[in-house]
Design a protein around this ligand. Sequence first.
Ligand code: ATP
Length: 744
Amino acid sequence: MRREQEFIDGLYARVDVLRGDAETSVGDALAQGDKPMQARLERDILVAERSGLLAALNAVDGSLCFGRIDLASGTTHHIGRIGLRADDAEHTPVLIDWRAAVARPFYLATGHTPMGLRRRRHIATEGRTVTHLHDEILDLGDATRTGHEDHNGDAVLLAALNSARTGRMGDIVRTIQADQDRIIRAPHRGVLVVEGGPGTGKTAVALHRAAYLLYEHRELLARRAVLIVGPNPAFLGYIGEVLPSLGETGVLLATVGELFPGVRATAADTPEAAAVKGRAEMADVLAEVVRDRQALPDPALAIEHDREVLMLDDGLVGVARERTRAAKLPHNASREYFEGHILNTLTELYAERVGTDPYDGSSLLDASDITQIRDELAENPEVWSAIDRLWPRITPERLLADFLAEPEGYLGEEDAAAIRRPVTRAWTVADVPLLDEAAELLGEDDRPARFRADRERETQIAYAQGVLDVSYASRTYEFEDKEDGDPDGSEVLSAHDIIDAERFAERQEEADHRSAAERAAADRTWAFGHIIVDEAQELSPMAWRLLMRRCPTRSMTLVGDPAQTAEAAGVGSWSEILAPYVEDRYEHTRLGVNYRTPSEIMDLAAAVVRAGRPDFRPPSSVRSTGVRPWVRREGADLPGAVAKAAAELAPVEGRLAIIAPRRLHRAIAARLDGVTAGAEPDLTRPVVLLDPRQSKGLEFDSVLVVEPAEYGTSDLYVALTRATQRLGVLHTGDLPEPLARRDE
Ligand SMILES: Nc1ncnc2c1ncn2[C@@H]1O[C@H](COP(=O)(O)OP(=O)(O)OP(=O)(O)O)[C@@H](O)[C@H]1O
């Protein structure tokens, strides 16, 4: 222990030096003020780099090193959350990052396949102090003993699983299991599906995989960012600290409802509406809605121009429309073409009217007359109001709001009734993939933006030219003496020598100070380096279309459990989800051990699913507690009974969740002090009140499930599998069969 403590003291001394260095260089760089040109760029890069390092050093403080491997060859390596090198000439590694290949035997070696290891040591610390050592001997022929041998083998894992919950998910980097390690380190190309029952570590594995990929492919992924998609904001809050605790921040966490920049989904859909909106056919429906906005005039439009009346009838507009559609561009982007075709048509009509020789019918106009007529028509407001009616510029929000207000004509009666709603600006989660689809179909008429960008660039070039001129002038001044005395003084290069104004302006544009994740969040067309989807079974086909557009390389990890599918719009099978994008070219892996729920609780939860699916095979629990879950019928005062049961179940340390139908929340909250509830409850509080859907992906020491007969099977399965220690069920009416058998 003493020697490990000395070693760890040495590591922290190194961390303190590095931290001091990083702080000083960030401070110095920022104190330089707003220098122009290259220096500013270099300063920003340095600040970003050092700030990242600082964040990582601060994040791992107190939990820097957790393991050691002793190789049969006599070498030892300490394993930590980040890697550290000594301050010697060779930069000798002193702490190995858990993600490095050298660290891998720490997770994979067994007595059967020791992978060159003699011993594996788990080092437990509190702050910077070593508290315990657990050694596993892998080479049984080796007689050296340390006195810290762990005879149970899994003591460290079980201690982690039994510890009180905090309301925030923690990392599992000390105890990653071999089957989890293989998923975490799987190659990043292509689609990897990870399926497993409740508590098998899917979320934990997905997050550690993100950290691993950022380590292994930092160059690519730090630039393109990694997107992690979760089912709801409370869940994202729950998992939000795992990656920072591993020293990683270059990740965007979002729900699907947050993936259309500028829109926040605040309204709610009925399950029927969400199911209709999520169907793949909606893509065709929206395409049809857009086509219907490309109208034919009925009756013909009369345009007065220079005392002549020109008639735009459906035949003429039809030809312009077909020609425009032939360009196969999105609606707004092709408006430029439509304008051109209509102007040409009107020019021909007018030229025929005023320029035809009455004797032989030939044209009296030459090319410049025709150009002049076209230019004059382009000045006529009546022409533009006709174009606006026939090919209007449309925003995705406008298109969708209008469609939802009047979906008849595009959908069957029942489906139309399910989604119809008055025009509002409030969006639902299921609207977001539709907005994204509409944005794809509409595209942008980017002429105004192009015009603005050109003007902006001209200004920047002028500014850059000014800066270069100043720098040139100061160069002459600063180096005057030297140049006078030394004709070779011209070897000193200034910015002026190496970049011209245009290139310099480009560099300035590149200096966008936002991180890749921040830029990605604001850009609908961003292509992520890798996407991880948790609870992937819940996403609708329309949501998949949105996500696939964000990941053209199809480098994705999808984790989920079809048995926990709650959303009516969710997709039943992986092949159904993926076939449209990658056919059958995806890897499918399974996790089969439940690390959360003790076997006593898992048996009950599994029985609920098995009642409807006799072949159902739940994951096997890694531990049992000897504490049986209880089921109790209550009389008239259900909220009172909930308060009593909550007092009984509340852990001394740790968290209790009450999972109840939403209709009961107000009454229950009134009977409990300090309970947190609502759309985004504070999960770090001792008692949390949730509805079954909100409990998805979360876990608590104790769980009280109220009125289970009101949940669907998969919601009930989710609710029953949230506890790490104790479960109670309260009800007033009939119960699903497997629970009824447990009724006290
Ligand atoms: N190797 C491990 N070492 C320590 N704890 C682990 C390990 N694997 C999983 N766990 C713990 O088990 C619990 C369940 O993990 P996680 O939430 O990732 O499961 P899940 O498969 O996503 O569950 P669900 O489908 O129910 O949401 C977490 O507390 C997690 O930290």
